[in-house]
Write a protein that binds this ligand. Structure first.
Ligand code: C2E
Ligand code: MG
Ligand code: MG
Ligand code: MG
Length: 288
């Protein structure tokens, strides 16, 4: 406190910083044995074919249910896990669990299972020498064709160490896995990454969709959709929250979308129930 006064800075600011630091320390300590305590689970958010409004795939989104701290969101702990190198075992868990869940749905729901499972990977995972074999083993263990697994990477991640990233992404492509650029349009060098990296799909960042009531944003989204089409890439719009946005994206020829309008991320159990409830109705995915 004395220090804060000397710096002529409000004491309250210091307390906020300290609380944040304490919170981070708490998260860091609790993360160490998070896997053995089975506190991590995956939620799934539907990715929808915008033309037919049918379920096409799901994105696996990690959730940490801490017995005391409650639900700790990924934005709060993924970066901490990266700094402590816990992201490797956590990331391995995510890849294995996502593959297990998709294989289970394919076995039990048959053609009603989602076609694709999208999994986020962090920069540390992409840089780690075992990523390709971890993915290969998970696919093998659960008997999944590689083409149903999409790995989501961001522009800034692959631009960080271009040569190494290209090599790893090529290795993953050789397995048959698909590669998506997540949060597309928010990073640097967006356009060159479309040519230099072996990618299959663009996930348009939800900021574009959020601002799609403005003419310039509409023009930009439209141009990106055309560009992607010419390059043979699929486009997934993130953050679709209302009918106006859906109608616009349909008008612009955007093939796929995800967002609260269709469903929030839900547990595997809830997703499965919504698929089963939707069977026999005109819209196979019930709103969750
Ligand atoms: P992301 O991969 O871009 O995931 C999309 C985020 O947007 C998710 O937040 C999702 O819940 C949220 N979202 C989906 N639809 C809407 C919408 O209509 N409106 C709004 N406002 N938000 C929407 P979530 O689950 O909190 O995840 C945040 C980020 O954490 C993810 O962003 C991803 O970068 C990271 N993350 C999540 N799970 C994993 C994981 O298993 N591994 C790694 N490395 N990162 C993960
Ligand atoms: Mg993602
Ligand atoms: Mg995303
Ligand atoms: Mg995103």
């Amino acid at each position: 406190e004395a220090k804060a006064e000397k710096l002529d800075r409000p004491v309250v600011f210091d307390r906020v910083l300290r609380d944040k630091a304490q919170r981070r320390l708490y998260v860091e300590n609790e993360l160490r044995d998070v896997l053995s305590r089975n506190e991590l689970t995956l939620f799934y958010q539907p990715i929808i074919d915008l033309e037919t409004e049918e379920l096409r795939g799901v994105e696996a989104l990690i959730r940490w249910f801490h017995p005391v701290g409650g639900m700790i969101p990924p934005d709060e702990f993924i970066s901490v896990a990266e700094e402590m190198d816990m992201i490797i075992p956590i990331g391995n868990f995510v890849i294995d669990e996502a593959c297990r869940q998709l294989a289970d749905w394919r076995n039990r729901l048959g053609e009603h299972a989602p076609d694709n499972m999208h999994v986020n990977v962090s920069r540390k995972q992409l840089e780690h020498p075992t990523l390709i074999s971890v993915v290969e083993q998970a696919l093998q263990k659960h008997g999944l064709p590689a083409g149903c697994l999409h790995l989501e990477v961001t522009e800034s991640m692959i631009m960080h160490d271009r040569e190494a990233s290209i090599a790893t992404l090529n290795g993953l492509k050789k397995l048959g896995v698909k590669l998506d650029v997540d949060d597309f349009g928010t990073g640097y060098s967006s356009l060159s990454c479309l040519c230099d990296f072996p990618i299959d799909a663009l996930k348009l960042d939800r900021e574009f969709v959020k601002k799609s009531d403005r003419d310039r944003e509409v023009t930009l989204i439209h141009a990106l959709i055309i560009l992607a089409e010419k390059l043979g890439l699929e486009v997934i719009a993130e953050g679709v929250e209302n009918t106006e946005q859906l109608a616009l994206l349909q008008d612009l020829g955007c093939c796929l979308g995800q967002g609260y309008y269709f469903s929030r991320p839900v547990s595997g159990q809830d997703l499965e129930e919504s698929i089963l409830v939707g069977l026999g109705t005109t819209s196979p995915v019930a709103k969750v």
